[in-house]
Design a protein around this ligand. Structure first.
Ligand code: HEM
Ligand SMILES: O=C1CCNc2c1cnc1ccccc21
Length: 290
């Protein structure tokens, strides 16, 4: 399968910055969502899950075709709860009908990372909505009840190495798990809406206890009411991963640099960009004094 980015000659940086601003202002406005966590974290998850179906072996899946808009992909249990993120995007699609779903969902994720004080993430337009029958089968997104070998193998399918895998999981500094979505619970104390390296600091500094939660699923809990998934905790069980966790816990800049590059790579997996395709770095609302 080949996905060529279609450069829309009628649209410029300003058109995409306007969409970025509309999303960013809506995140700011609707701040009460999910116990005042806001929509940032779930918009990051929408962009990640739109991209996480990619398979490097046949270049299928990924963000290009916008197939997250179809009910088959939405019915994957791993996507439970993302309807809230898609509902958030509906009015944006109405106001800017010229943008593809793949471009919008990935732009929303980049906007959320940047507006939550994370690193600048480069973004390129050109994803094209594909027909329903191109939707990848369910089951390509990861399952949290696994250890380090599973994590390494999963990320290999997305063409991500150890450093990229650890950095990407660092997005779990944002938001929280919800029993009704994934059968995991918490954290309540640390569910944050600012992009930092705290996930790595928590992993190293908290006492973790593996126990069954009230839905009967195994998760790691800490005395402060923090939690880790088994695939989170795998990052301190594996010596190669642990080395990188320590680096990122002690050097937020190194984490930001790695996250910025591998998040762009994740969102662009499977897409061939012609050499005249533009690369955009959006300004935050703060930088525009908005
Ligand atoms: C082995 C890989 C991963 C597994 C098993 C995993 C699993 C999960 C689970 C079970 C949840 C809770 C969903 C809910 O109950 O609402 C979650 C939330 C989240 N995940 Fe991951 N995840 C993985 C990797 C990633 C990556 C690569 C990113 C982004 C770069 C990411 C970003 C998020 C965010 C932002 C949330 C919070 C969403 C919210 O607060 O609504 N995750 N993840
Ligand atoms: O340590 C944290 C910070 C708050 N959010 C999460 C943590 C750990 N694992 C997670 C896993 C999924 C979603 C959010 C988190």
């Amino acid at each position: 399968v080949v996905h060529i980015a279609a450069v829309n000659k009628d649209r410029s940086f300003d058109d995409y910055q306007r969409i970025y601003n509309t999303i960013a202002e809506k995140i700011r406005e609707e701040d009460e969502y999910d116990g005042y966590i806001g929509y940032g974290p779930i918009l990051v998850r929408l962009g990640w899950h739109s991209s996480g179906t990619y398979d490097k072996n046949d270049n299928t899946g990924g963000s290009y075709g916008g197939t997250m808009r179809f009910k088959l992909e939405q019915s994957d249990g791993a996507n439970n709860g993302l309807g809230n993120a898609r509902a958030f995007m509906e009015p944006i699609l109405k106001e800017f009908p010229w943008i593809s779903h793949g471009d919008l969902y990935t732009l929303g994720a980049v906007c959320a990372v940047q507006e939550l004080q994370g690193p600048k993430v480069k973004w390129r337009p050109g994803r094209v909505d594909m027909p329903e029958d191109t939707t990848p089968k369910n089951g390509r997104l990861p399952d949290a009840a696994n250890g380090a070998d599973y994590v390494r193998n999963f990320y290999a399918r997305l063409n991500m190495n150890d450093r990229e895998a650890v950095a990407l999981t660092g997005a779990h500094c944002l938001g929280r798990t919800h029993l009704k979505n994934s059968g995991f619970d918490g954290p309540w104390g640390a569910a944050s809406n600012s992009f930092t390296n705290e996930f790595f600091v928590n992993l190293l500094n908290e006492q973790w206890k593996l126990q069954k939660n009230k839905a009967g699923n195994m998760q790691y809990d800490s005395p402060k009411g923090y939690m880790m998934l088994e695939t989170d905790y795998a990052l301190v069980q594996d010596p190669a991963y642990l080395k990188i966790v320590k680096e990122f816990a002690n050097n937020e800049g190194a984490f930001f640099k790695e996250f910025a590059s591998c998040f762009q790579k994740l969102l662009e997996n499977g897409i061939d960009y012609p050499k005249d395709a533009p690369t955009y770095v959006f300004k935050t609302l703060d930088e525009q004094d908005l």
